[in-house]
Design a protein around this ligand. Structure first.
Ligand SMILES: *[C@@H]1O[C@H](CO)[C@@H](O)[C@H](O)[C@H]1NC(C)=O
Ligand SMILES: *[C@@H]1O[C@H](CO)[C@@H](O)[C@H](O)[C@H]1NC(C)=O
Ligand SMILES: *[C@@H]1O[C@H](CO)[C@@H](O)[C@H](O)[C@H]1NC(C)=O
Ligand SMILES: *[C@@H]1O[C@H](CO)[C@@H](O)[C@H](O)[C@H]1NC(C)=O
Length: 462
């Protein structure tokens, strides 16, 4: 085993070290071994290490019970966690990364109900390379199909702008929906009829810019961070149309004619993309940036912002929920979102979205979800604050809070209204005899199924 795994490393070494081979002292072995090591040879020495001694380890109560019960295994305070559930699995002598095993316990010791491979549905933005802006003005990091191949319908970009920092004037082929996570910003845009829009948004508010509509974002005095969601899984923040680049890549004579100025107007333009860069503080009086033509401004149902932070959530048994979809924010005609708070131990119920995949972002807390795919595959994933989740159309999932703090979850769909089908409500509202004949569950138990959607189910009592 050790001999096999070391082959590629040796091969690499030989590329860089080949020039010095002849200088090696005679006592130092060559880079390659003898032909006598090939295959069976009675003189080969077999070492039989004892791998049963994996050191001290502890099994949690949930690891000892029937694997199909599948309780969450909190390995955060377990030394040397092992990939064991009931009679399934075995010990791990290594190699391993203990910190990751503790964070992703459902990978190490999956519930017995998991089966096959549903494809990946979890991405930690901590694994995305940060794209740094100029002069400490901010940064961004993204998730798209390159890292989550099944997430073809939506992609996400997490962006930070330091006080007064800009995301450069730009547009893109995809439409952009955003939730402000922290701080505040001024956003502005000009649409095809020359109607303009400018507004200030703060934590919890949403904006939307239709495909192709040029816009900018500037952090106000406190700086900001926001999550952008695009209606194209292959979106990349490296591939947007920037004001600096369109000006740099048209002949200056053409620009001068077009913009009614002398060519010398373009003597000092930036020599490359600005992307994220420091700016002059936005005037406190937003009216000073309310530039209009005879076409006027975008207002009411045409507005590009929705002050979602001021919408009261509905309290439910295990937390709270509020929805923003085209029924109240019509300009974002395909973006339907729910912002859900799940209390410790509570669970966003098992459900699926009949008309769209779900792109989700974990804003706070620790959670797990099982994604079920037909006919019989299921995989359980672990999520932490800063993770993206993706659940394909109609494939069932739940989100269980397995930590000690609230989980705050953003669910985003590509749909004209927010819709989900609840497993509990479906079974409760199906004639009981049919459910009994199908699942062999007692009438007494079927009577306990929730006829109203719980949305977020409370933590088990006791
Ligand atoms: C914004 O970030 C600051 C600094 O980390 C933090 O103290 C604050 O709680 C955050 N606010 C929100 C709304 O997340
Ligand atoms: C453009 O500006 C330069 C420098 O100010 C000037 O010499 C030139 O005459 C101007 N050209 C036109 C067409 O106005
Ligand atoms: C901009 O001006 C128009 C009137 O021209 C007004 O209706 C609109 O509310 C103003 N917008 C802001 C952000 O002040
Ligand atoms: C239903 O469950 C009962 C009691 O556990 C068992 O005896 C019976 O065989 C089951 N019926 C079917 C059709 O599986």
């Amino acid at each position: 085993m050790a001999r096999h795994t070391s082959v590629p490393r040796l091969a690499l070494l030989s590329l860089v070290a080949i020039g010095s081979v002849s200088c090696a002292p005679a006592s130092n072995p060559g880079l390659r071994g003898s032909e006598e090591l090939l295959g069976y040879n009675p003189t080969n020495v077999l070492s039989q290490e004892n791998t049963n001694d994996v050191g001290d380890y502890e099994l949690l109560p949930g690891q000892k019970e029937d694997a199909n019960i599948g309780e969450y295994l909190d390995f955060s305070n377990v030394d040397n966690p092992q990939p064991i559930r009931g009679s399934k699995g075995g010990t791990d002598p290594g190699p391993r990364t203990p910190a990751l095993d503790k964070l992703f316990s459902d990978r190490l010791a999956p519930p017995g109900t998991d089966h096959g491979d549903v494809g990946n549905a979890q991405w930690s933005l901590a694994l995305s390379k940060v794209k740094q802006g100029k002069k400490n003005a901010g940064w961004s990091r993204q998730q798209n199909v390159d890292v989550l191949p099944d997430a073809t319908a939506m992609a996400g970009v997490d962006m930070r702008l330091e006080p007064n920092g800009y995301r450069e004037l730009h547009w893109h082929v995809a439409s952009e929906w955003a939730l402000m996570l922290n701080g505040s910003a001024r956003v502005q845009a000009v649409q095809e009829d020359g109607k303009t829009f400018v507004d200030d948004v703060s934590a919890g508010d949403v904006w939307f810019f239709p495909a192709g509509v040029p816009h900018s974002i500037q952090a106000l005095e406190g700086g900001c961070e926001f999550m952008l969601v695009f209606d194209d899984g292959s979106f990349s923040e490296d591939n947007t149309f920037l004001a600096s680049e369109i000006i740099a890549h048209n002949p200056k004579s053409v620009l001068a004619q077009n913009l009614n100025v002398n060519v010398s107007a373009f003597d000092d333009i930036p020599d490359g993309e600005l992307f994220i860069f420091p700016g002059t503080a936005a005037p406190t009086d937003i009216q000073k940036q309310n530039v209009t033509s005879s076409a006027g401004t975008l207002q009411g149902k045409d507005s590009y912002t929705y002050h979602f932070s001021e919408q009261e959530p509905r309290e439910v048994a295990g937390g709270s929920v509020k929805i923003l979809d085209p029924l109240t924010f019509p300009i974002a005609s395909k973006f339907s979102a729910a912002l859900v708070t799940i209390k410790p131990g509570a669970m966003r119920e098992i459900h699926w979205h009949p008309s769209s995949p779900e792109w989700s972002f974990f804003i706070a807390g620790t959670a797990r979800a099982t994604l079920f795919k037909p006919p019989n595959t299921a995989t359980t994933f672990d999520y932490h604050a800063g993770d993206v989740g993706y659940f394909p159309q109609s494939e069932s999932h739940y989100i269980q809070n397995v930590g000690e703090d609230d989980v705050i979850l953003l669910e985003v769909l590509q749909a004209d209204h927010f819709a989900d089908i609840s497993l509990g409500q479906w079974l409760a509202l199906t004639p009981h005899q049919i459910v009994k004949d199908t699942l062999n569950i007692s009438e007494e138990d079927i009577n306990k199924f929730p006829t109203e959607k719980p949305v977020v189910v409370a933590a088990p009592s006791g």
